[in-house]
Design a protein. Structure first.
Length: 158
């Protein structure tokens, strides 16, 4: 049995988000987090009752700038990692130029079937793609000033 035999069964789409709030800064990490879980579905296959189990095996992040990366987990939010914003994570990505990018994630699931005699692995993977995430990347410019904008509201950059 191969993954193509499971065409009538489909795992749920993964959730997907970009931190912080779908924005980023050129050259600094934008964190991407995807979530998918093991799912069990019941139905009929080859005219027999069957239970199909989908387990996430890989997460493929497409960052929208032509680059992508494959991971065995969906990553974690900066707060869960106890890291400040704009620090690198295994699933973060730094963009080289400003713009709006359409990032997405696909989850590769391994499947197993049970016709009532125990679980059997299915050859191949079933892929589910999450909704895209628009990420706007800005340039950050800094300047040395002698007072904060609070202290001098008419100062440079205020």
């Amino acid at each position: 049995m191969t993954a193509s035999d499971l065409a009538s069964f489909a795992p749920a789409r993964p959730t997907f988000e970009a931190e912080p709030g779908g924005v980023g800064i050129v050259g600094m990490p934008t964190n991407f987090v995807a979530s998918a879980s093991t799912q069990t579905l019941a139905g009929t296959l080859f005219d027999r009752p069957v239970t199909v189990r989908f387990s996430p095996a890989a997460y493929v992040f497409s960052y929208g700038d032509g680059s992508s990366a494959r991971f065995t987990s969906g990553g974690a939010a900066w707060t869960a990692l106890r890291q400040p914003q704009f620090t690198a994570t295994p699933t973060s990505h730094a963009y080289g130029s400003r713009g709006v990018y359409a990032a997405s994630v696909s989850v590769e699931y391994v499947a197993a079937v049970d016709f009532g005699t125990g679980w059997r692995p299915v050859i191949g993977v079933v892929t589910a793609t999450g909704g895209g995430q628009s990420v706007e990347i800005f340039e950050a410019r800094t300047a040395l000033v002698d007072k904060t904008c609070f202290e001098n509201p008419s100062g440079p950059g205020c």
